[in-house]
Design a protein around this ligand. Structure first.
Ligand code: FAD
Ligand code: FES
Length: 257
């Protein structure tokens, strides 16, 4: 199914690429090695079949070691992801990965997972792998997706900005309303949401890991196109780290958002 390519990229056969919500697609491709190696929170670089120079980073939503498949869930954001939406079942795509560090699976009895929009997909593989009680908060602008899949692994609460599903409002409000308590929080989503989660974790003295979705160039540490600010014991009070190589997951208390 997969033919090795130069620079670690591999050509992988797409099992299916289907629309699951407005402008949201689920793409599953075959690659035994990636499916075995992938850790929750890691991502792959998907190349636009020669039509664009730079690849697009997409989080690993699920890795099925038995079937040798990787599932991605992506939103159409611009030209690259629009091209992805045209991929047909059986086509080949060039993929590099798994990339980045992924979440550290904490030894916690209870965890909260908070995802917003396309920050929700990487939490699915995480929900599958962590032990203990899991409370999962998912936030969307309008149409919700992956909700049934998450229900297999924990108690799920959904918020939508337009009130079309679940709580009308933002997902952090919903979490606060539930007086959510846990030993560990894992989060991924837009920066304003991460900032609110960071405050919640700090106020409640809960360990936090956050995954950043900075814009990227190369995706493997060569271009410095993806830096974020991390607290440091120096004059400036911070240093820069590369989201693609040092992250995308960082200790929540260390990131300056
Ligand atoms: C580690 C990582 C994991 C990601 N995982 C997913 C995922 O699982 N599913 C998914 O749908 N998307 C994910 N993204 C975002 C995805 O990579 C971008 O949406 C995509 O690269 C946009 O490419 P494009 O050519 O379609 O749009 P472009 O034409 O490149 O951009 C379209 C618009 O989207 C904005 N944009 C582009 N990249 C980002 C970004 N990283 N964050 C915020 N805004 C951006 C641009 O500023 C522009 O306004 C991830 C990004 C990173 C860094
Ligand atoms: S995207 Fe090139 S260094 Fe991170």
């Amino acid at each position: 199914m997969c033919e090795e390519k130069k620079q670690g990229r591999v050509k992988c056969q797409v099992i299916y690429n289907k629309k699951i919500a407005e402008d949201i697609y689920e793409l599953v491709f075959s690659n035994n090695k990636m499916a075995t190696e992938a850790k929750p929170g890691q991502f792959v670089n998907v190349y636009c079949n020669g039509e664009m120079l730079l690849p697009r980073p997409i989080s690993i939503c699920e890795a099925d070691e038995d079937k040798g498949t990787i599932k991605l869930v992506y939103a159409i954001a611009g030209a690259g992801t629009k091209l992805f939406s045209k991929i047909q079942d059986g086509d080949f795509v060039e993929v590099l990965g798994p990339l980045g560090n992924g979440y550290t699976l904490a030894d916690a009895d209870s965890s909260i997972l908070v995802g917003g929009g396309v920050g929700t997909p990487p939490l699915l593989e995480l929900a599958k792998r962590i032990k203990g009680k899991k409370t999962i908060y998912l936030g969307f602008r309008s149409e919700a997706y992956l909700v049934e899949e998450f229900k297999a692994y924990g108690e799920v609460y959904v918020a939508t900005d337009d009130g079309s599903y679940g709580h009308h409002g933002n997902v952090v409000e919903l979490m606060e309303k539930n007086i959510a308590k846990a030993e560990q929080i894992y989060s991924c989503g837009p920066n304003p949401m991460l900032k609110a989660v960071q405050k919640f974790a700090s106020d409640n003295d809960i360990e936090l890991q956050i995954s950043l979705e900075e814009r990227m160039g190369c995706g493997f540490g060569a271009c410095v196109g993806c830096v974020c600010k991390i607290k440091a014991d120096n004059e400036a009070g911070y240093t820069y780290k590369k989201v693609c190589k040092d992250g995308p997951v960082f200790p929540g208390s260390e990131v300056l958002l």
